[in-house]
Each structure stands twice: as structure tokens, then as C-alpha cells.
Design a protein around this ligand. Structure first.
Ligand SMILES: Nc1ncnc2c1ncn2[C@@H]1O[C@H](COP(=O)(O)OP(=O)(O)O)[C@@H](O)[C@H]1O
Ligand SMILES: Nc1ccn([C@@H]2O[C@H](COP(=O)(O)OP(=O)(O)O)[C@@H](O)[C@H]2O)c(=O)n1
Length: 221
């Protein structure tokens, strides 16, 4: 059982994926955390993130390892816990540039496919290109959306006033454009993905919809 959950920032991918994985006894992988982790390493090592050749040159260096327990998401870079530092605004602002570099994507996709293959009961994988590129044969594909206003309000709730809602929304929209516009596996809905607009739904309602879709697929097999 492979569940692919894609969509832009703040649509509820992480919360939904973790809850669905816990409910169904599946593993969980946050691929955005991996792109954030390699971005954090580039910044910490003085690599100019706007220099694609420099990023490509260093892409093979950091060892990135993700935990797959939905109850305790974990990520390390060269053995160091990176779960805090990857969420800073500095990393958020740089991640789209780093993740657009093909050598970075090739490396991350390899790690992601290995994680999915190793999951004992199956896995919920969230990101931007899971249904289109990483796991095109996924059993269930979901594409989450929500209005920019709703997404910005959700995100700025998390940032606890560190950034205004308007600034958060502008940053989100910029990142969406960069992620959708890049050449290598851009953010996109797979043709066979089910689109769920979460703007007016509670997290529980979104989780119910995804669990129901998984149930339908299981029953049909
Ligand atoms: N359906 C929902 N309704 C209200 N808030 C939500 C919903 N889904 C997620 N959230 C909240 O919105 C924020 C962003 O959710 P998250 O799962 O991190 O999204 P993503 O992984 O797509 O960026 C979190 O604070 C989360 O608790
Ligand atoms: N499969 C993926 C997942 C994330 N990413 C990149 O990683 C960034 C951070 O992803 P994320 O899921 O942590 O973003 P948020 O939804 O947490 O804001 C995205 O903006 C993309 O640039 C990607 O290119 N491909």
C-alpha cells in the first residue's frame, strides 16, 4: 500500500499524512523535510544556494536519513538531528532554489524510493512530485489544495506572529510559483490523483476522505 500525498505548502499534507499513516499502521515519509535538510547543509557549509552548479557539485556530500514512524518524525544530516533547524525562515526561503537542481532531486528520489521499498506494511509519502515522478505506481494518489488566504493563516498561526499573515502569504505564493515553474519534476497533480480542497474542511474530515479512498482501493483488489 503506497499512498502519495502532494500539494502546495499549508494544504495539510504533513498533518494528514501522519494521521492516515497512524490510523492504517503504515510508515510515513516527509520528502519536504529532506529537501529542507539538504538546503540547511548547503547554507551551513557556505554554498551559494543561487549557484546551481555549486549546489550540484556538493549534492552528494550530506548523508540524509529520515525516520518513518508517523508518531515521531525524525531527520538527521550526517548523524545530527536536523528537525529544528530545517524549519527556520532562512531554510524556507532557500529551499525552492536548492530543490530545483536536478542533481539534488536525483539523490533525494533515490533515498525516497529506497524508503518506500523498505516499509513493511506500506507507506504514506508526502511531497510535490510523489504521484508524478517518485512513485507513479502508488496505490492511492491525493492532491491537496486550499486557498492562499487559508494556507497563509494556517502557517502564520504556526509562526506565532514572527511574520505577518500578508508576508507569509507572499512568501507562500512565491514558493508555489518557483516549485510549479521549475523544469525538473515540478509541483503538479498526477492525472490519476484525487484532488481534495481542504479550505473548508477540518483535519479530521480530510483524514476520513483519504482513509475512505484507501479502503475503496483495498476492497477493489
Ligand atoms: N484541514 C485543516 N484545517 C485547519 N488547519 C489545518 C488543516 N490541515 C492542516 N492544518 C494546520 O495547518 C498547518 C499546515 O499544515 P501542514 O500539515 O503542515 O501542511 P503542509 O504539510 O501541506 O505544509 C498546521 O498548523 C496544521 O495543523
Ligand atoms: N517532493 C518534494 C517535496 C518538497 N520539495 C521542496 O521542498 C520545499 C519544502 O517542502 P515542505 O513540504 O517542507 O514545505 P511546507 O509545506 O512545509 O511549507 C518545497 O517548497 C519544495 O521546494 C520538492 O521540491 N519536492
Amino acid at each position: 500500500m503506497i499512498v502519495a500525498i502532494d500539494g502546495p505548502s499549508g494544504t495539510g499534507k504533513s498533518s494528514t499524512s501522519r494521521a492516515v499513516a497512524s490510523r492504517l499502521g503504515l510508515s510515513y515519509l516527509d520528502t519536504g523535510a529532506q529537501y529542507r535538510a539538504i538546503t540547511w547543509w548547503m547554507l551551513a557549509n557556505g554554498v551559494d544556494v543561487d549557484d546551481a552548479a555549486a549546489v550540484a557539485d556538493q549534492a552528494g556530500k550530506p548523508a540524509i536519513v529520515s525516520g518513518t514512524d508517523p508518531a515521531a518524525p525524525a531527520i538527521t544530516v550526517d548523524g545530527v538531528d536536523a528537525s529544528g533547524p530545517i524549519r527556520t525562515q532562512e531554510v524556507t526561503a532557500a529551499v525552492s532554489a536548492v530543490s530545483a537542481v536536478p542533481e539534488v532531486r536525483t539523490r533525494m528520489v533515490e533515498i525516497q524510493r529506497a524508503c518506500a521499498a523498505a516499509a513493511p506494511a506500506g507507506i504514506v509519502v508526502e511531497g510535490r512530485d510523489i504521484g508524478t515522478t517518485v512513485l507513479p505506481d502508488a496505490t492511492v494518489k491525493i492532491y491537496l489544495t486550499a486557498s492562499a488566504e487559508v494556507r497563509a493563516a494556517r502557517r502564520s498561526g504556526e509562526l506565532k506572529g514572527a511574520q505577518s499573515v500578508a508576508d507569509t502569504q507572499a512568501a507562500l505564493v512565491r514558493r508555489d510559483a518557483a516549485d510549479s515553474g521549475r523544469k525538473t519534476s515540478p509541483l503538479a497533480k498526477a492525472d490519476d490523483a484525487v484532488e481534495v480542497d481542504t479550505s473548508e474542511l477540518t483535519l479530521d474530515q480530510v483524514v476520513e476522505q483519504v482513509v475512505a479512498l484507501v479502503g475503496e482501493k483495498r476492497a477493489a483488489r
